[in-house]
Ligand binder design. Structure first.
Ligand code: GLV
Ligand code: MN
Ligand code: MN
Ligand code: MN
Length: 399
């Protein structure tokens, strides 16, 4: 029986980001493909049959795939410079849980699978949970296949380069239809479990969240030869949007608005940009608040752009409604584990799946309260407690 920490240690060297710190593991890049190979080998060594689907997700079946299956899993990709646990902890805990069940001689009375979802972070192609969204039909294959990464490579091209057939991408009722219940274990991404003094928790809700791109366009020009009064510099409204996002979020109940990425085009120190892309991540409890916040900021962006003789175009890159996890699952898990229920502001594949199947999540305490950064952490004992909790859930659901 291998512990989650022993498994995490095996993949520590894969996808380390020497520049940013932490890990950069993006869907179908060298590191993520190496992690997929590692997962396939680990699952196979446990006697699981790994069946890749058409959307870049990997399904590892304990016995033959079948209906009313109990499924657990998470993702192996990361944000740029992400932490060690976000995603992989759920995958290694699933493998560790399989070990524990096998060591007990447990035989599931229904199909059981471990799944690895593709592009959960949207770190390469911009749409989070792309693998589960494609499978569930909430993102159309025509949209997904045409998404481009920073270098202009499409998702379809990246799939092909990784040996997959992009023509197979799209709604996958065969696999998703088999999922009777889903549980995802994840490192907690805030301070909820620190405050509650508990190693493990159960998710109650996920904020409504989405991503929007604001493209400010002006006139590219020479930084030295263009007088200050003779410019249409899109960097000014782009920069102005950042404090506006914070003020707007503060006007709504527990909303969040973040500009974590901004790209001037062409991006030269002595060049007034031709255009600037600003990506906004906005979240709130209520869908209506998330929408209203973005509408407000879109209006403000128009004003800021006009003041500088620039224009702006706003496009939605992804959106996910708020999630309330199945109350039956949530109550069962909190009672079974004696663990508190808590909300999260982070998106997850379990949230996507919850629209069609009873789903729940287990969180493992993160003593730094920091995530999407190298300081993300989980203590060894808490990881073990998480794997034991997951084992308990899988045993209960599949016996
Ligand atoms: C994914 O982790 C997200 O919620 O951004
Ligand atoms: Mn994440
Ligand atoms: Mn995650
Ligand atoms: Mn996430």
């Amino acid at each position: 029986m291998v512990t989650p920490n022993e498994l995490l240690a095996e993949i520590d060297g894969i996808g380390r980001d020497r520049t940013r710190g932490g890990y950069s593991r993006h869907v179908f890049d060298h590191a993520e493909l190496e992690l997929r190979e590692w997962f396939t080998a680990q699952a196979s060594a446990r006697g699981l049959t790994v069946l890749p689907d058409g959307n870049g997700n990997l399904w590892a079946w304990w016995s033959d795939p079948g209906d009313d299956a109990v499924v657990t899993g998470s993702h192996l990709d990361s944000v740029p410079g992400g932490g060690r646990f976000d995603g992989p902890l759920g995958v290694v805990s699933a493998l560790s849980a399989v070990d524990r069940l096998r060591a007990e001689g447990f035989r599931p009375s229904r199909p059981l699978a471990v799944v690895v979802f593709a592009e959960e972070e949207g770190g390469r192609f911009g749409v989070p949970c792309l693998g589960s969204r494609l499978a569930s039909g909430s993102t159309a294959p025509e949209t997904a296949l045409g998404l481009r990464d920073e270098s202009g490579t499409t998702f379809a091209e990246a799939m092909s380069a990784a040996g997959m057939d992009p023509r197979l991408a799209g709604p996958d009722p065969a696999n998703l239809g088999r999922v009777g219940r889903f549980v995802e274990l994840h490192v907690e991404q805030g301070r909820g479990l620190i405050d509650r003094g508990s190693a493990v928790g159960v998710a109650s809700t996920i904020l409504a969240h989405g991503r929007w791109r604001f493209r400010f366009t002006g006139q590219g020009n020479h930084a030295g030869a263009t007088p200050m009064g003779d410019r249409a510099d899109p960097m000014l409204p782009a920069a102005g949007l950042v404090p506006e996002a914070r003020s707007a979020a503060l006007r709504f109940d527990d909303a969040r608005a973040t500009v974590g990425r901004l790209r001037p085009n062409p991006g030269g120190t002595n060049v007034i940009a031709e255009s600037v892309d600003v990506w906004l991540d906005a979240r709130a409890h209520r869908d209506a608040d998330t929408r209203a916040l973005v509408d407000e900021l879109s209006g403000r962006a128009e004003e800021l752009a006009a003041q500088e003789g620039c224009s702006v175009r706003v496009s939605e890159e992804s959106y996910a409604d708020g999630v309330s996890f199945d109350s039956g699952v949530r109550d069962e898990l909190t009672a079974l584990l004696g663990a508190p229920a808590l909300p999260t502001g982070a998106g997850h594949d379990a949230g996507v799946l919850s629209a069609r199947t009873p789903a729940g999540m287990l969180f493992v305490r993160n003593p730094t309260g920091i995530s999407h950064a190298p300081q993300e952490h989980a203590e060894q004992d808490d990881c073990t407690a998480g794997a034991e909790a997951l084992t308990e859930v899988l045993r209960r659901w599949s016996r």
